[in-house]
Design a protein around this ligand. Sequence first.
Ligand code: AMP
Length: 305
Amino acid sequence: MAIKTVTTVAELQAESARLLTSKGGTSQGLVPTMGALHQGHAALARTAVKHNDVVVATIFVNPLQFGDATDLDRYPRTLDADIALLEEQGVDLVFAPTVDEVYPDGEPLVRVTSGVLGEKWEGASRPGHFDGALTVVAKLLHYGIPGAGLPASGKSQGGLPAYRAYFGQKDAQQLALVRRMVADLNFPVKIEAVPTVRAADGLALSSRNRFLDEAEREAALVLSRALRLLEERAMSRQPLDLDSARAMVESQPLVALDYFDVVDPGTLDPLAENCRETPFRGEALAIIAAKVGPVRLIDNMPLAS
Ligand code: AMP
């Protein structure tokens, strides 16, 4: 069945309810994105399609999470190609609203606060970013609640449809925050994480990679190489020796390292004890961010032994 694109919340809810009814579906998946889609987003969409009867993808570049207006203006917008990619993965419905549709009264007075978890790492260099991101994710998760568009008579039949939303491990801090928001504020949705999709050479796919020139792209590979080094050390229960991995990144002249640390996957607090001389044990997340040419890149690697 051909994919359908809608731009209003009312259409989204009516159309997803119609799809649920016509398919006799019992589950709905939501895949929030900002567009400029690549194979990382495709993996999210495919996972959602595999596990849900109806899948809605959203494409919205959220002004609230951009500190810098130029960054917002230059964010790539490729709507037709995005819709084609989502259709190939089997997504049923695309919700691509305008800024006015999402914020009809202008900037919201009341927002989600990301707290201490939103102030560290990415939050430290992008103040307000996670409050803006969580606020729009909260709205999108509400729009996508399955059955919201069903007539009252349809709602009582059977139980509530299952509701799942898909986020990439690539944005580990966002994922941790969305999980906390959903748990702390009792959202009726299950958050599913999808592993990071990488190019063949290891670079994590990102909509921003297109702004790297050839030399910068080559230099950027040091991020995934350093993460992989830690992964190998963790798997073989060697000391992580984070300092030597940091030095490897810092030796690359085109890369300005912001942070590189090993943290608890839930709280994102550093696990200093576990990353120096003693052999690595347990579970952790290695996180890295660096500026490469004009682009700020982030990447991470789950560690386990
Ligand atoms: P964005 O459009 O950049 O806001 O990303 C939308 C969703 O796609 C987020 O949940 C991201 O974590 C996820 N995503 C972005 N890049 C990747 C990737 N390389 N692998 C897996 N998921 C990704």
